[in-house]
Design a binder for this molecule. Structure first.
Ligand code: ADE
Ligand code: ZN
Length: 340
């Protein structure tokens, strides 16, 4: 009904999540449980102490803690539990489909076999579909602070498991590690039939966004905030309807924006960019997808129509088959019509 609050409208809206690092969904409670189960020491006495440490002034600050947290993940069951915990939380937010990143190098560099990671995550994804009705895809993300050679070795390790991946991504420390460093790896991944995503313009300049487009030939851009500094780039992104997976609470916690009131999403929408809202690393940034919609809507004054557009964009920008996209978008329209 028209009297429904915007928060209730957001809660009931079917959504896809397209920018979620599964390691970034490791809640402190599960971190403690896995530390105990695996006999791994963590440098915190309590869940409260972990949460208190989540105070970041930039991307690298966060990454240092995020990679340390991942040390508790060792077995197939750990990765399955991690993934299923995310999907349960996402389902509560009416996320119907999620395309999730994982960072294989974070695990293989600690001696955890590639197949343990993949089989565990896939088990969690299969359970999510069976028990929660949430569909998903897995995106293998290369750590850009490591070498091109290491990325090629990771792609090689992934080759027996290609059926489990919808695409590749590029994440970790952006400044100093431009997309050009991975042009050949992305070309090889594209030839294997994988979709191509890259983080660009989170902390890095508009030139990195251009490289992601021109040298990596990406299908989807993660973040993209700093594109807004470059008029020609804005026009190009609008004309191509490139999907941007924007993450408001991440941007706030990593000081990409000073205040949510300064967030670029309203300007992106005004300029006709194909924007989606996502949670990035929700265990570290204080909110899952609905909280990202709600807090942004509150801070910048999004309308119900804009919120609906963001949800429609999330399915359009997904790597689902066209018929599945259409079915999900019909559910978005049905919710909008019912709530009108
Ligand atoms: N890894 C996990 N979250 C990330 C982010 N927001 N940017 C870069 N690398 C990441
Ligand atoms: Zn990210």
């Amino acid at each position: 009904s028209p009297s429904m609050s915007l928060d209730a409208y957001i809660a009931g809206l079917p959504k896809a999540e397209l920018h979620l690092h599964i390691e970034g969904s490791l809640e402190p409670e599960l971190m403690f449980e896995l530390a105990q189960r695996n006999g791994v020491a963590i440098p915190f006495d309590s869940v409260e102490a972990v949460r208190a440490a989540y105070d970041f002034s930039n991307l690298q600050d966060f990454l240092d803690i995020y990679y340390a947290g991942a040390n508790v993940l060792l077995t197939r069951r750990d990765f399955e539990d991690l993934a299923f915990a995310y999907f349960r939380r996402a389902a509560a937010d009416n996320v119907r489909h999620a395309e999730i990143f994982f960072d294989p190098q974070t695990h293989t560099d600690r001696g955890v076999p590639f197949e343990v990671v993949v089989e565990g995550l896939v088990a969690g994804m299969d359970r999510a579909k069976a028990e929660l009705g949430v569909t998903s895809g897995l995106i293998l993300s290369f750590l850009r602070h490591l070498s091109e050679e290491a990325a090629f070795a990771t792609l090689e390790a992934a080759t027996p498991y290609l059926d489990h991946f919808v695409g590749v991504g590029l994440d970790s420390s952006e400044v100093g590690h431009p997309p050009s460093k991975f042009a050949r790896v992305f070309a090889a991944a594209g030839e294997l039939g994988l979709k191509l995503c890259a983080h660009a313009g989170e902390e890095g300049p508009p030139a990195y966004v251009r490289e992601a487009l021109d040298l990596l030939h990406i299908d989807r851009m993660d973040h993209g905030n700093r594109s807004m500094e470059d008029e020609a780039l804005i026009q190009r992104l609008a004309a191509s309807q490139m999907t941007l997976t924007v993450c408001p609470l991440s941007n706030l916690k990593l000081c990409v924006v000073k205040d949510l009131k300064d967030h670029p999403v309203p300007e992106m929408l005004r300029r006709g960019l194909h924007v989606t809202l996502n949670s990035d690393d929700p265990a570290y940034f204080g909110g899952y997808v609905n909280e990202n919609y709600r807090q942004l809507a509150q801070a910048v004054g999004l309308t119900r129509e804009q919120v609906t557009l963001l949800a429609r964009n999330s399915f359009e920008g997904s790597f689902l088959a066209e018929a599945d996209k259409a079915a999900r978008i019909a559910e978005v329209e049905a919710w909008a019509a019912r709530s009108a």
